[in-house]
Ligand binder design. Sequence first.
Ligand SMILES: Cc1cc2nc3c(=O)[nH]c(=O)nc-3n(C[C@H](O)[C@H](O)[C@H](O)COP(=O)(O)OP(=O)(O)OC[C@H]3O[C@@H](n4cnc5c(N)ncnc54)[C@H](O)[C@@H]3O)c2cc1C
Length: 426
Amino acid sequence: MSFPDEILIAGSGPAGLTTALSLHEAGFKVRVFEAVPEIKPLGVGLNLLPHAVRELDELGLLAPLAAAGVACHELAYFTKRGERIWGEPRGLAAGYQWPQISLYRGALQFTLLNAVKTRIGADRLHLGRQLTGFDATPGHGVRARFLNRATGHEETADGRLLIACDGIHSAARKIFYPTEGPPRWNGAVMWRGVAECDPVLDGHTMIMAGHTRVKFVCYPISSQATRPGAQQLNFIAELRYDTTELSEREDWSRAGNLADFLPQFESFRFPWLDAPAMIRAAPAVWVYPMVDRDPLPRWTHGPVTLLGDAAHAMYPIGSNGASQGILDARVLTGCLRHHRADPEAGLTRYDAIRRPATTQIILSNRQQGPEACMQLVEDRAPNGFQKLDDVVSRAELDAIAAKYKQLAGFAIQELNTRPSLASPTA
Ligand SMILES: Cc1cc2nc3c(=O)[nH]c(=O)nc-3n(C[C@H](O)[C@H](O)[C@H](O)COP(=O)(O)OP(=O)(O)OC[C@H]3O[C@@H](n4cnc5c(N)ncnc54)[C@H](O)[C@@H]3O)c2cc1C
């Protein structure tokens, strides 16, 4: 049997769409299959770190993304009393050649989606097609099976490769690891929302206040507001419980109740932030448990591989979830460019580069990643402090931040000077 020289991509989240654009630009023929019949701008805010922005810039998307979001200039950590622990410049302010952009997940997805339709063609995006299985013929190709959600019938598509970008409940991952079970929960629950408010601090700062058990995060994601000078602020109010048994499958679109978390944040009222007012100003809140999946021993199996959350769902700590999927897409492109004659060798090389890198981030995020400084101060000075230096040294704080940047691939000098991730990679 002969297979068409096409790359099939399952899933049109940020990772799947970036993969499609990147491979198309490198001269590969792609088709995208998405389970939902209609793509809606779901989700609230997320961050694109400079390493991911660089890749999207190389795909010609910096301008629309920068216009849709807000450039983050600083990340600052505070105690539950609003005392400042640590702040570091981000994006251009830190010396990167690319900004860090905070934006609606929907703005990112639709920017990518519009580019896919314009550059690749709407006819190569198949909505309402849910990947259910595949038959791989190593060395030759793959026949993917989809449920057509409109007709209820099975359809098939043949290609040289199948890239499964089908998210945390990936069907392909389940086929490779049938006994893995549901995602792992660490007991933390996040209530997320967007509120139109006056800017917090300079209007370009991502703030985190509290510690592992009670944490409030907010950052601006859009400057389009009904009131002059106001911004759309994305917030996450997070509480940690002692149980880790999830009673129902997590869902990004599940509505939350203020009564379940607002009382614990009533004290987060500082001269520079009124968290309870921000929460009350949000038209809706969504509740999502902090789940991830264990690192895998292998992503690539012959002509099929995993990418994005399907490969490495991680806690949304350190702003890395979407960014890492974008890096995957570009490294995959570089590997396939080099291994054009043997694309499965390209998938194997992609696995060898990206799997260890993302494994480290999954594990670091389980230890709070760069947010560890907040718990450190809470442990040492739960009742506050006069001078931060008496509690934690600047060198300790520096070390936590630098270690995470190195691990997650956005050390400044390295990012500014390395070749494109999509360059042919042996
Ligand atoms: C509805 C939704 C809302 C989210 N909101 C936020 C948010 O507010 N903040 C945040 O930080 N992160 C959010 N995320 C997660 C975030 O988008 C991902 O962590 C990250 O961007 C990685 O992207 P991804 O493309 O790998 O996965 P995802 O963004 O999860 O995209 C996976 C895509 O695959 C599709 N799919 C699933 N199963 C199949 C199948 N069997 N066949 C074909 N297609 C399939 C899904 O419909 C989805 O479009 C959200 C995810 C979803 C799905």
